[in-house]
Design a protein around this ligand. Structure first.
Ligand SMILES: Nc1nc2c(ncn2[C@@H]2O[C@H](COP(=O)(O)OP(=O)(O)OP(=O)(O)O)[C@@H](O)[C@H]2O)c(=O)[nH]1
Ligand SMILES: [Mg+2]
Length: 295
């Protein structure tokens, strides 16, 4: 048997969370087309007949402009020193540059074996792969380089094999029915935030957060009641989230509720409330609630 911790790292939007969900086989991390979707580390477990891989999805590594972002990047970098193996996920459709060099530097400083996953090959012309592989080979001695599509699943089984190969001998670290370390409360907040990200753009994805104020287990009639606050930074952002006659927040609420009902297997009452909190991204108390407290 083989087992170990594997950190999935890379720049924002590379497809790390998509890959985590694909390998685990369930949605444990939210995904969006906006960079900086993942804000904390998320653990997901995959069992094989001959081993167990404990994957750690991490926030995308970027230049932090707020305390929140510094904590996010810290969480990602710290994870590289707490695992047996790294999987560096890169968006192969994007040209390489200083941001990629920086992330390779993080990999190098971690001093652990690393597998490179060239992601989004479904959206890439094949000839573009070779120069990319060459570029990364010159940057770092990766133990394997695997082209994948986290979206379609193409190449992911090869990547999983490469990961398992690199892991030490060992017994499973978690029970075989253990899927993720995400608390139900966190999952609720994340699903609401995913719908919020889906329907907003410009600065809103970065300036919003979701906090679960109250979580009531299903009552006798099987109705679960969830009360969430959506934080925005400025008064002017409130009407955008609420929408015309509340249309936007209604849509976000309905989509989130459907997903939560499927997830919990019960009827859900979901209350969403928008609140302005200037500079919440610098606020220690709020960061703590979001799992980004000072370490
Ligand atoms: N075409 C294509 N798109 C992909 C693939 N993998 C992920 N995506 C898309 O890329 C976007 C970002 O995916 P995420 O999984 O959220 O990326 P991430 O690396 O976790 O991003 P952060 O959490 O912001 O660091 C989403 O729109 C995904 O649907 C892929 O293999 N092919
Ligand atoms: Mg992510």
């Amino acid at each position: 048997m083989k087992s170990g911790f594997v950190s999935i790292i890379g720049r924002p939007n590379a497809g790390k969370s998509t890959l985590l969900n694909r390998i685990v086989g369930t949605k444990v991390a939210i995904v969006s087309d906006k960079p900086q979707t993942t804000r904390t580390r998320i653990l997901g477990v995959r069992n094989y007949p001959d081993g167990q891989v404990v994957l750690v999805d991490t926030p995308g590594i970027h230049k932090p402009m707020h305390k929140m972002n510094a904590r996010m990047v810290d969480a990602a970098v710290r994870s590289t020193r707490e695992v047996d193996l790294l999987v560096l996920v890169v968006d192969a459709t994007q040209p390489t540059g200083p941001g990629d060099r920086f992330v390779v530097g993080v990999v190098a400083r971690a001093g652990r074996p690393a597998v490179l996953a060239l992601n989004k090959v479904d959206a890439l012309a094949k000839p573009a792969l070779l120069p990319l592989i060459d570029w990364y080979r010159q940057q770092h001695p990766f133990s394997d380089i695997v082209p994948i599509s986290a979206l379609t699943g193409d190449g992911v089984d090869r990547l999983e094999r490469a990961v398992l190969d690199q892991l030490p001998e060992g017994e499973p670290l978690y029970p075989d029915d253990y899927l993720t370390d995400q608390a139900e409360r966190t999952l609720v907040a994340e699903i609401v935030r995913e719908k919020l990200l889906h329907h907003t753009r410009d600065e809103l994805p970065y300036t919003t957060a979701v906090i679960v104020e109250r979580f009531e287990e299903p009552d006798a009639s099987g109705l679960m009641k969830l009360y969430c606050t959506i934080l925005v930074e400025q008064e002017s952002q409130k009407p955008i989230v609420v929408g015309r006659q509340g249309a936007m927040i209604k849509r976000i609420g309905t989509e989130a509720r459907h997903e939560l009902e499927a997830f919990f297997g019960t009827r859900v009452f979901l209350d969403l409330h928008v609140k302005v909190r200037a500079d919440w991204r610098e606020d220690e108390r709020i960061l703590g609630e979001l799992g980004l407290g000072r370490r």
